[in-house]
Design a protein around this ligand. Structure first.
Ligand SMILES: Cc1cc2nc3c(=O)[nH]c(=O)nc-3n(C[C@H](O)[C@H](O)[C@H](O)COP(=O)(O)OP(=O)(O)OC[C@H]3O[C@@H](n4cnc5c(N)ncnc54)[C@H](O)[C@@H]3O)c2cc1C
Length: 247
């Protein structure tokens, strides 16, 4: 049984694209209907494989943006000089097909039974698996308190802004803008540093459970910051999207 499940997850399958939603100028969410999907956990990812006409292939990992029980979706940010993300963000349409395999990953996942309080730190598109966690929390009726601190270059770059604005019950969402702030902005500015973490994070005494996701440099800086606040390493889960990003 376990072997069958594993083989299923590691096997490529062709999934029709059921919907493409533009989130920001550079980001889209792609909803997929993989024919053979065992279900996923909040925080997992999947692999996408593109094949060119000459047979050249490129594979990339994408976090699953939807909660367990919801249709499978990924949210992709376009990197202008990228190989795969410009295709996914600009070319893919509903009715197309994408090759994928998954779900993958058992470490960067959250279940209500894991408890909290939850501290979610997002750098740019690193918010994607954290959105799945927040949705899972809501769908399961969990009352674990959660704080999301989301670092974005500008306000229009914030992904899922409307959705994140609807959380109230036990979820606090705050932003820090690193490049440009709109007139009258009262939120945080600048990169997440020790002072901001000390202000926005749960105190270590509350035994919080932290999930950090974003560009590698973002993850490393914020994980070090949480260690400085006394968070034990086993309570800090990290997911690196690669490169340094602009956070
Ligand atoms: C576990 C995991 C989950 C991921 N989930 C998501 C997701 O939910 N949404 C999403 O948009 N991306 C996600 N990524 C990143 C994604 O896998 C690709 O790396 C990204 O889409 C760039 O691919 P590309 O082919 O367009 O760029 P490439 O051709 O691979 O790279 C182009 C240039 O951009 C740099 N670069 C590569 N990756 C990044 C990055 N993440 N940030 C900044 N610069 C980069 C490279 O160093 C290179 O210079 C995830 C990565 C991992 C490991």
């Amino acid at each position: 049984m376990a072997r069958t499940t594993l083989r299923g997850r590691l096997t490529w399958q062709t999934a029709p694209v059921s919907r493409v939603t533009r989130e920001t100028a550079t980001v889209v969410t792609i909803e997929l209907k993989p024919p053979d999907w065992p279900g996923h956990r909040a925080g997992q990812h999947l692999d996408v494989r593109l094949t060119a006409e000459d047979g050249y292939t490129a594979e990339r990992e994408y976090s699953i943006a939807s909660a367990p029980g919801e249709p499978v979706a990924i949210t992709v940010e376009r990197l202008d000089n990228g190989e795969v993300s410009p295709y996914l963000t600009e070319e893919v349409r509903a009715g197309d097909e994408l090759e994928l395999r998954g779900p993958i990953g058992g470490y960067f996942v959250w279940e209500p039974g894991d408890g909290g309080p939850l501290l979610l730190l997002a750098g740019g598109s690193g918010v994607v698996p954290l959105r799945s966690i927040l949705r899972h929390r809501r769908r399961t009726g969990s009352d674990v308190p959660a704080r999301l601190l989301y670092s974005s270059p500008t306000l229009p770059d914030v992904i899922y802004r409307a959705e994140l604005g609807q959380y109230h019950d036990g979820v606090q969402v705050s932003y820090t803008l690193t490049r440009d702030e709109p007139p009258g902005w009262t939120g945080h500015t600048g990169r997440i540093n020790q002072a901001l973490l000390a202000e926005a994070a749960w105190p270590a005494e509350a035994n919080p459970l932290a999930y950090i996701c974003g560009p590698t440099s973002f993850v490393e800086a914020t994980a070090a910051g949480l260690a400085g606040l006394g968070y034990p390493p086993q309570r800090v889960k990290t997911e690196r999207f690669g490169a340094t990003g602009g956070q």
